[in-house]
Every structure is written in C-alpha cells, then in structure tokens.
Design a protein around this ligand. Structure first.
Ligand code: CAA
Length: 390
C-alpha cells in the first residue's frame, strides 16, 4: 500500500535573534556561528508558546474540515512536553477540534519521536486505509544562556498528515534502525535545560548514520546513486553535512555534487529557526521541497533521524506527482517575513521568563503574541490554552 506524507506544515515563534549579534555579545568570531556551526538566525519562544501551542499552530495551517472529521490518531513527538502524565496530543486534539473517535498519545525518544510517530501511523493506516493520522514534532530547545549549546537552540513544530495515497511523499517499507544506550544528550525531569557531551554527541550522530546506512544498503540493493537528495536531523546545519561527507567516497563526483546542492537547499529553513529537536528532520524536508525547483516526481529522498540517548533510523520517501501543489510554501514564506528580530538583551529576558512551578496563578499577555493558539496563563497547576480564532 502507498502510505506517506499527504500534508506538511510548520510553525515557529514570531521572534528571533541574529547569530552574528549573538556571537558579538558572547565575544566569539561570528564566522564560528555562521560557518563553523552553520546558523544565521535563532527562533526565540515567548512564554506564551510551549510545545503544545507550537504544534497546534503548525497543524492549524494545514488541516481542513475533512481532516478534522477523518483524523483518528494524533501522535505527538516531543522532548519538551509539559506534563509527565497527560499527553500533549490530547490538548492539541481539543484546540484543533478533531472528532472525538480518535487515539491521542505522546511519544518520547529525544529528536526521534516524530519519526517513531510516522512509523506507528504507517502501521495504523495499513490496517485502516481510510484513516488519517496527525503526526506532530514540537520542541523548544534550551541549553542555557552562555552555554556551549546556546548557539544550537531554537523553537518550532512540524505537523504532518499521514495517509494512504499521499500527495507529497510515499514512504518506503524498508527502514534501518539502531538503539544504543549512550549519554550524549539528556534532560533530567528536574531540569528545563539539556545536558550534553557536545563532541561525543557529534561522533555518535555520525556513527549512527553510518550504521543505519550500511544496514539499509544490505537490506536493499540501493547505493548512493539511487538518491536524488538526503535530508538529516539538523541540530545545526553543519551536522548533516559532516555525516553525509562520510559516505561520499561511495559515489562519483556527480553524486557528491548532486547531494551537496540539494543539501544546501534542505538547510535554509533550519539555518533561520535553529534546532527544533523532533521536528528538525521534517523542517529540513520542507525546506528542500519548498526551495528546490529542480526536484521531480519519482525522485527518491533519503531521511536520517537521530534522537540522542540514542535511536537512529534511515528510511526513504519518493516524491509524488502532485507534491508541489500540496505544499504550503506561501504560508511558510509569510511566517518568516512576519517575524520580528529582538536584541540579545531582550532574548535573555524572554529566555528567563518561565511559568511558575509553585502553584502560583498567572495570567499572560497573549495580545503581544500574534500566534492564533497561545498559553494564556496558569491556574491551579493547569495551563490555560486559548485558540483566538474560536
Ligand atoms: N570560523 C569558521 N569556523 C570556525 C571558527 C571560525 N572562526 N571557529 C570555530 N569554527 C568551527 C570549528 O572548526 C568547528 O568545525 P568542525 O565541527 O567542522 O570541526 C565548529 O566551528 C564548531 O566549533 P567547536 O567544535 O569548537 O564548537 P563548540 O565546542 O562550541 O561546540 C557543539 C559545538 C558541540 C555543536 C555545541 O554547540 C553543542 O554541544 N551543541 C549541542 C549538541 C548538539 O547539537 N549535538 C549534535 C549531535 S546530537 C543531536 O543531533 C541531537 C540533538 O538534536 C541535540
């Protein structure tokens, strides 16, 4: 059965900072951030946005009335969830008005959660071909002010409708995956910022890519020449290139040039948003599809997902005849155009503003946040969500 991505959209908060200005404020050569790391701008999430609202705002942009009636499974991948018990998917289900005969769950495995969601959705649709599954990947990446990971923060969400006979990308049945218990990046439940062994995480990312790539080749007869493009989980845009370069000697100069050219276009959105953890691979896919005019129906795209801790997966998708018409390109370009740059001082202020954890009630000013769906406050340990369009 032909199952895959029928719709794909993203959302990122309305404020961002310039990485050159961040480098200057931190006394670092700006080229380290823009060339060495490969980031130009970084989304800054206001206190009125969290993983739930970012995901709901991303989905709002792509769902129509028929989707709301037909979606029977909401799968939410996140590593910045807001509750250890209730899933973020249940809030989104309500905020969007999805029909009630649905399952709603949250999946956690660092940046791999949305990929696990897609694979689960595939199985569900194979059994129920009429179903549509909403898969969300939403996160706010926080390492801390002046930390070594600060330059690789970001915020945003990707929403995908997975269905039979998809209009954008048909997902291949062959997939290679790997689990290995390592401590490259983690966030204990008592901390709102991540812990990371930066160099080790880079090495493990590459090792997981090479392992899953080798497994994938032995499962199939494919080689590097069978791929028009490859998209990667992008904690920062240099990372995917570091991994892809490792297999370049398996191909010709033409293969290397083709993959490098497509790769540059697959990083445009990520360069300007930063790391959005679970959604990053799919933000890169959107960037490729919306910025690369040379892609054609039938092209095969390799996808590498990596979630620290760690789980990795290499799988593929094939572009469908109507893929261009099914994209939300104009919407996404507007989203970028309407963002507002904030100073480094303002970013530090926004970063330090967090919801109370001691039971204090708080009302937030949601008028200063242009997003349709916001966190309006907190009352008796419950977050209050508002969909302004209702
Ligand atoms: N001009 C140009 N390039 C420069 C430069 C300059 N003036 N100064 C330094 N650079 C280059 C360095 O040569 C280096 O390039 P290579 O990696 O190609 O060697 C690059 O800039 C980074 O420099 P450093 O290694 O010195 O940077 P750092 O010590 O500050 O750490 C980091 C970088 C490890 C990515 C750190 O930001 C970090 O820990 N980030 C969070 C962890 C992370 O993103 N890991 C990725 C894999 S894990 C994963 O993918 C899961 C996830 O989402 C977290």
């Amino acid at each position: 059965m032909n199952i895959g991505i029928d719709k794909i959209g993203f959302y990122t908060p309305h404020t961002f900072i310039d990485m050159v200005k961040l480098a200057e404020a931190r006394g670092v050569d700006p080229a380290k951030y823009t060339i060495g790391i490969g980031q130009e701008q970084m989304a800054v999430s206001p206190v009125t946005q969290d993983a739930v609202t970012l995901a709901a705002n991303a989905a709002l942009r792509i769902l129509d009335k028929e989707d709301l009636k037909k979606i029977d499974f909401v799968i939410f991948g996140t590593e910045s969830g807001i509750d250890s018990s209730k899933s973020a998917a249940v809030y989104v289900h309500d905020l969007l008005g999805i029909q009630s005969s649905a399952r709603s769950i949250e999946i956690k495995q660092a940046c791999y959660g949305a990929t696990a969601g897609i694979q689960l959705a595939k199985g569900h649709i194979a059994l129920h071909p009429e179903s549509r599954v909403l898969v969300l990947g939403s996160d706010i990446s926080r390492y801390g002010l002046r930390s070594s990971g600060e330059v690789t923060q970001g915020a945003g969400a990707v929403a995908m409708v997975i269905s039979a006979n998809p209009r954008i990308l048909s997902l291949g049945d062959q997939s290679a995956y790997l689990t290995n218990d390592i401590m490259d990046f983690w966030r204990p439940t008592y901390s709102d910022t991540a812990y990371v062994d930066g160099k080790f995480s880079n090495e493990q990312y590459i090792a997981f890519f090479l392992n899953t790539w080798e497994q994938f080749k032995s499962q199939t007869d494919m080689t590097i020449a069978d791929f028009e493009a490859m998209c990667f989980h992008l904690p920062y845009t240099k990372m995917g290139m570091k991994a892809m370069r490792e297999i370049f000697d398996e191909g010709t100069e033409e293969d290397q040039k083709r993959l490098t050219d497509h790769y540059q276009l697959s990083t445009i959105y990520n360069k300007n948003v930063g790391n959005i953890y679970t959604g990053s691979l799919y933000l890169s896919l959107i960037s490729l599809l919306e910025n690369d005019t040379s892609l054609k129906a039938g092209n095969r795209i390799g996808l590498f997902s990596y979630g620290s801790g760690a789980v990795g997966e290499f799988f593929t998708g094939t572009l469908q005849p109507e893929f261009r018409e099914a994209l939300a390109e104009a919407e996404h370009k507007n989203l970028f155009a309407e963002r507002e740059e904030v100073s480094i001082e303002k970013y530090e202020e926004i970063f330090s503003e967090v919801l109370p954890v001691d039971g204090t009630n708080l009302q937030l000013d949601i008028e200063s946040d242009p997003a349709t769906i916001c966190v309006a406050g907190i009352e008796e340990h419950k977050r209050l969500y508002v969909n302004k369009s209702r």
